[in-house]
Design a protein around this ligand. Structure first.
Ligand SMILES: Nc1ncnc2c1ncn2[C@@H]1O[C@H](COP(=O)(O)OP(=O)(O)OP(=O)(O)O)[C@@H](O)[C@H]1O
Ligand SMILES: [Mg+2]
Length: 356
């Protein structure tokens, strides 16, 4: 059961055997090609490409060119494509709604989103995902019909229209559009099912300018926070403190030269503090500790960064393998590199799961 907030095609979706899933990150586009082989899902290709332009809105034509490059890089074996959009393009919140059908939920949000999502969202479309209720033995017997916990998402209608246009122009068939935020959650559920079911953990995705923090308490998404720090600030801070260019700083950060350690540490500390603050917030409200932090995103490829986060947050921070539950059927070099690149593919894999 993956979280799906498809925005398009919804119920009419047919079963596909192959799917391209693209994570349109603000710095790096990540794409995977997944294939259904009976009950098994296989990862047959992946690709990392520079994002077309970051910081600026991109036209449907430019996006089409980019999606074409993605499809080419994956070998052009299917036209079906699912795209995960970033946090600037989709609002996601957990809310409570009465027990009404899904269609009505969408309608309620359309009319009352200002109440439920605490912001005015003109020209948006809304989607909902009902979080399966956990059996709560301590719930009072006569508490009436409980409300449902719902993951609500909103995206601009224009974004969806542009996305449809871009995929058509690229000769592809749009299957669904998912908020990137739910990518790591979908993947985690299948990659580490026991922990997902039984423990209280945080999923942290360190992106380019943002880091998302999701606390999962025994399979329930209980907290979602955005921190405005990411790999970009790590590199920029390093460049400033060492008096070198951004490109040089990026090179030594990724290369993890030992001399980078002190400089990098002082950049990672603020990120660690912000994540810790989110965990503290959850822990104080719920009186439960977050036992482990699972980190994904480009920066999670660095063992050094993970160790620094661990030190700062005083809770175990580790990377995890988002492809471990997939059958790997990758061509030569990709098969060798997948373990290393894995943390950066987490959102793309999760988006694919939402579409199958
Ligand atoms: N081996 C590595 N060590 C450290 N940092 C790395 C490594 N590989 C990539 N990065 C960093 O990861 C960042 C990009 O990560 P990612 O691809 O997760 O971001 P994004 O998805 O494009 O951004 P966002 O999620 O914010 O839209 C870059 O800042 C890059 O420096
Ligand atoms: Mg990202």
């Amino acid at each position: 059961m993956a979280f799906t907030l498809p925005f398009l095609n919804g119920a009419s979706r047919k079963k596909r055997t192959q799917m391209i899933a693209v994570d349109l990150g603000s710095r790096t586009t990540k794409a995977v090609l997944l294939e259904k082989r009976g009950e098994i899902l296989a990862l047959t290709r992946y690709a990392l490409l520079d994002a077309p332009i970051f910081e600026k809105k991109i036209s449907p034509e430019l996006l089409a060119d980019h999606l074409r490059s993605v499809a080419d890089a994956l070998g052009n074996t299917t036209k079906f494509i699912t795209v995960a959009v970033g946090i600037d393009d989709a609002v996601v919140r957990q809310i409570e709604l009465p027990q009404i059908p899904l269609d009505e939920m969408r309608q309620v949000l359309k009319v009352n989103h200002k109440n439920y999502l605490q912001q005015d969202l003109p020209g948006h479309v809304f989607d909902c995902y009902i979080i399966p209720p956990r059996l709560d033995k301590n719930a009072p017997a006569n508490s009436g019909i409980p409300k449902l916990k719902v993951l609500a998402a909103a995206a601009r209608q224009q974004l969806i229209t542009d996305f449809m246009k871009a995929t058509m122009l690229a000769g592809l068939i749009p299957e669904s559009l998912v908020p990137g935020l739910i990518g790591p959650i979908n993947t985690f559920e299948l990659a580490l099912p026991e922990i997902y079911e039984k423990e209280t953990v945080a999923l942290v995705d360190i992106g380019f300018k943002h880091t998302s923090v999701s606390v999962l308490d025994r399979s329930e998404l209980v907290l979602n926070r955005m921190v405005n720090l990411g790999g970009d600030q790590l590199t920029q801070g390093l460049a400033d403190s060492m008096g070198i260019s951004y490109a040089e700083a990026e090179g030594i950060k990724v290369g993890m030269a030992p001399e980078v350690e002190a400089g990098l540490q002082s950049q990672v500390i603020p990120l660690g503090r912000e994540i810790r603050a989110s965990l503290d917030f959850f822990e104080h409200q719920n009186d439960r500790p977050v036992s482990q932090v699972y980190v994904s995103g480009g920066s999670a490829r660095s063992e050094m960064i993970l160790q620094m986060l661990h030190q700062e947050m005083l809770v175990e921070c580790k990377t995890w393998n988002p492809t471990g539950f997939l059958q790997l059927a990758l061509p030569g070099q990709q098969a060798v590199e997948v373990d290393h690149i894995g943390p950066q593919l987490t959102v793309a894999v999760g988006a694919a799961l939402a579409a199958f």
